[in-house]
Design a protein around this ligand. Structure first.
Ligand SMILES: *[C@@H]1O[C@H](CO)[C@@H](O)[C@H](O)[C@H]1NC(C)=O
Ligand SMILES: *[C@@H]1O[C@H](CO)[C@@H](O)[C@H](O)[C@H]1NC(C)=O
Ligand SMILES: *[C@@H]1O[C@H](CO)[C@@H](O)[C@H](O)[C@H]1NC(C)=O
Length: 438
């Protein structure tokens, strides 16, 4: 027998439907008539069969789905046997290839990826890598990675991460700050180069870990140079009394924010203690007469990081029952700024006192003038709540100032004729004075 391959679709695309004809075979037998009956067959274990068509012709058709990714080529052996005796047979092997179709999307090796990075990382540092496989052929199986657009804290993800399109290695674009955010998620797409391309997406979670990069921040007492913050300690305070408390916070977390308090310097080392973790300042024993009135403590606040960071503050304590008996407050603080502030305060105080004294003198003078010409002064009177009056000025009704009051009176009476404003002003004060028992 002679087996002829009349036609063959080779390669066959893997997506052909079952029953598709892939080739035509012709068998010829040159023996006598009786032996002309020829039977033709192929092996069993292939998704193909021979279908007889017109005389001595057979179609090779598929019997199932082909999958290039499982079997990419077949050696099909066609056997032809006649019905003579003894039967004669011959065979021919046909090699069939299966052509690729882009039927597999890239598949990530892991369902999701996590990257762990310490804050303050270098921009450009590698965080992790993702891998996706695509079993298709050549460009249908070539994977390209990319970051899907999205936002992290209002900024595009591309300002945080980048992914190498060929290798899937993910890099940090910037330095991360744990105090700003502790984790974020991005989507990475793996796309093949087929046409049309297939893709899959995966979530990459980035977890930022804390580094001890924040020193403790002392909230109380306020930082030095800002005030004369002092604490009053009653003279009768017993040992163990709570006197004050240092309050501090740390922006880090965990051990990096676990604070401990120590007194590093004090006027009298045996007098006060500080709670190691509470920051509470207590007397260690009863206050005695011999104790210095002014007590300064230098407190250090440390976190428990590796290495640890610290901050210090000064606490000014006054052993006294009454702030009024405290001498020269400014001695306690040695700050230049503070002494400047003190002089401003003194200037302000002196100006206010002067003003007030002038005010009193005017009142006394006006009272004098009211007695002389009461009618004129009550004309056009404006009522002002008596609450505006200084509370203690009724006391200042000394007869010793009579002489100067009289002088003022003389000035005012001349002045009030030329200036309306002064006149009204004086009238107002007079009315209010009138409400007071003189
Ligand atoms: C088919 O035959 C060729 C040549 O004989 C051989 O190289 C190939 O491995 C065979 N393929 C299969 C699937 O058996
Ligand atoms: C990829 O798949 C497409 C159909 O999806 C096909 O036409 C093309 O030939 C394939 N490319 C290769 C290199 O196999
Ligand atoms: C991946 O995400 C992109 C953008 O959201 C989308 O266009 C694409 O269809 C997604 N792919 C899969 C497999 O979900």
């Amino acid at each position: 027998e002679l087996i002829y391959l009349k036609s063959l679709n080779n390669p066959i695309p893997e997506n052909v439907s079952p029953g598709t004809e892939v080739g035509i075979i012709n068998v010829q037998d040159r023996d006598s008539d009786s032996n002309r009956q020829v039977r033709c067959s192929i092996q069993q274990n292939v998704p193909f069969k021979l279908v007889p068509s017109i005389k001595n012709y057979y179609s090779l058709v598929t019997t199932g789905q082909l999958d290039r990714e499982l079997v990419s080529d077949y050696n099909i052996t066609i056997s032809a046997t006649d019905e003579g005796s003894p039967p004669l047979s011959s065979s021919k092997t046909v090699q069939l290839s299966v052509a690729d179709i882009n039927d597999n999307p890239p598949v990530f090796e892991d369902q999701s990826y996590s990257a762990y990075v310490s804050e303050n990382n270098k921009p450009g540092s590698t965080l992790c890598s993702v891998t996706a496989r695509d079993p298709d052929w050549r460009q249908n199986g070539t994977v390209i990675y990319s970051l899907l657009p999205g936002e992290v804290n209002g900024a595009p993800v591309s300002s945080y991460l980048s992914v190498n399109g060929d290798t899937g290695v993910i890099h940090a674009v910037r330095s991360f700050d744990y105090e700003q955010f502790r984790s974020f998620k991005v989507q990475v797409m793996a796309r093949d180069n087929g046409s049309p391309p297939l893709s899959s997406n995966v979530t990459v979670s980035v977890f930022i870990s804390d580094v001890n990069d924040n020193s403790p921040q002392i909230l109380y007492p306020a930082p030095e140079g800002n005030s004369f913050m002092t604490e009053l300690v009653p003279k009768a305070a017993h040992g163990g009394s709570l006197v004050s408390k240092v309050i501090a916070v740390d922006a880090d977390s965990g051990q990096n924010a676990w604070l401990s308090y120590h007194i590093v310097k004090s006027t009298d080392p045996g007098l006060f203690t500080i709670g190691l973790h509470s920051g509470e300042i207590r007397t260690q024993r009863d206050i005695s007469e011999s104790d210095s009135m002014k007590q300064n403590l230098l407190v250090s606040v440390k976190d428990n990081g590796q290495p640890s960071l610290s901050a210090t503050c000064s606490m000014y304590l006054l052993i006294s029952d009454n702030l009024a008996e405290v001498p020269e407050l400014k001695d306690i603080s040695y700050d230049d700024k503070n002494s400047k502030l003190t002089s401003y305060l003194i200037i302000a105080l002196v100006s206010v006192s002067t003003f007030f004294l002038t005010f009193i003198i005017i009142i006394l003078g006006v009272r004098f003038c009211r007695r002389r010409k009461p009618r004129l002064l009550f004309d056009g009177a404006v009522a002002i709540p008596s609450a505006y009056l200084p509370p203690n000025y009724a006391d200042v009704d000394g007869t010793g100032t009579l002489r100067s009051t009289y002088n003022y009176d003389a000035y005012l009476t001349t002045g009030s004729r030329t200036s309306d404003f002064k006149f009204v002003h004086i009238t107002v004060t007079c009315v209010n004075v009138a409400a007071f028992p003189f």
